[in-house]
Design a binder for this molecule. Structure first.
Ligand code: XMP
Length: 185
């Protein structure tokens, strides 16, 4: 486990430590295991940010499951979703009649997930829900979708670590933190 003292020099503040994250993932795994007993669960992670969370979450679920991946690219500014999404890598498996759970790293406006849910729903799964590790729910800002499983809420700052990047860096940090403003300005 990384100590606070070993914090990356570009990080201003650690929001969630490795221990915090492990507890959240364990709780989410228990909720999902309870709800998906006897179902045909397929976890679908959105590349690349959700990879770390996916790896932990799937190991905390104790019902049979399959995994698959999608990659999407948002048009325009990466930090601000436009809701217009292009599928760069599609699923390898057929989800018709199966219980789909989309695994996301962070929900902000929810526009990316709204698009994905609509797209996946058209393939006739038995059910479709969302598990997001972080939810940036800010007062006065309504997300376009309502995730069924949430790790934790987080402030409206640009956060990195635990799969989340800035310019493809920091994904490997085992904690979630806020970047120092001088790093991106
Ligand atoms: P929407 O607004 O569609 O956006 O819910 C979700 C996607 O936006 C990216 N995103 C972030 N990535 N730190 C990141 O590394 C952040 O604080 C952040 N906020 C939004 C991310 O790609 C997510 O899937």
């Amino acid at each position: 486990m990384i100590e606070q003292g070993a914090m990356h020099p570009d990080i201003e503040q650690v929001l969630f430590t490795e221990e915090d994250i492990a507890a959240m993932v364990k709780r989410m795994g228990a909720e999902i295991s309870r709800d998906y007993q006897g179902k045909d669960l397929v976890l679908i992670a959105v590349l690349r940010g959700a990879v770390v969370f996916m790896g932990d979450l799937m190991r905390s679920i104790d019902v049979p499951l399959a995994i698959d991946f999608m990659a999407v690219s948002s048009y325009g500014d990466k930090a601000k979703s436009s809701g217009v999404v292009r599928i760069v890598k599609d699923l390898d498996m057929d989800i018709k009649g199966r219980d789909v759970l989309i695994v996301e790293d962070i929900l902000d406006s929810g526009l990316t997930l709204k698009y994905l849910m609509k797209n996946l729903s058209s393939r006739n799964p038995a059910s479709i829900e969302v598990a997001t590790f972080l939810w940036k729910d800010v007062e006065g800002k309504q997300a376009a979708i309502n995730p069924k499983y949430v790790g934790t809420h987080c402030p409206d700052a640009f956060v990195v670590g635990y799969g989340l990047d800035f310019a493809e860096r920091y994904r490997n940090l085992p904690y979630v933190g806020i970047l120092k403003p001088e790093v991106y300005s």
